[in-house]
Design a protein around this ligand. Sequence first.
Ligand SMILES: [Zn+2]
Length: 169
Amino acid sequence: MPSGKVHDWVTLGTALGALPLTGLYLPPETRPLAWLAIASYAFSGIWLSSDLDVNSSAYRRWGPLRVIWYPYQKLVPHRSWVSHGLGVGPILRVAYLLGVLTLAALAFNWLAARIGLAMQVDPQSWLLHATDWASTYQREVIALVIGLVAGGAAHSLLDFAHTRLKRWL
Ligand SMILES: [Zn+2]
């Protein structure tokens, strides 16, 4: 596979390259949505990289929080459809991340109840807020999802092109 640096540079380069194009080709009212999609694309490529399925620079980038991705890395075979599949890869990573955060919130509540702490977090009300927000800002959600999926797709296509080129040489 291409190194993490190559993936990072391609992600950043294409994201920065797309920014001026939005100014040139899109009407002013749709530009913020395009910027949102581009930001989501960069986040997807850099932070939610498909290579979180292996001990990669993307994985180490999470610092101490990389422990979140440890089970993912152990469960998902490197470059399988789960992590590198077009479209599904980033969506599954977001679902995984939300699942881990929910479990962390529940564990926190359990611990807080044990030590008699009044503070509790309520993942159910977060979910309600999130679905409320998503139904109010549907266009923004679509832009976020497009960026997310495109970030994963750019990664997988680069992996694919790199493998092909290596075989050909
Ligand atoms: Zn990869």
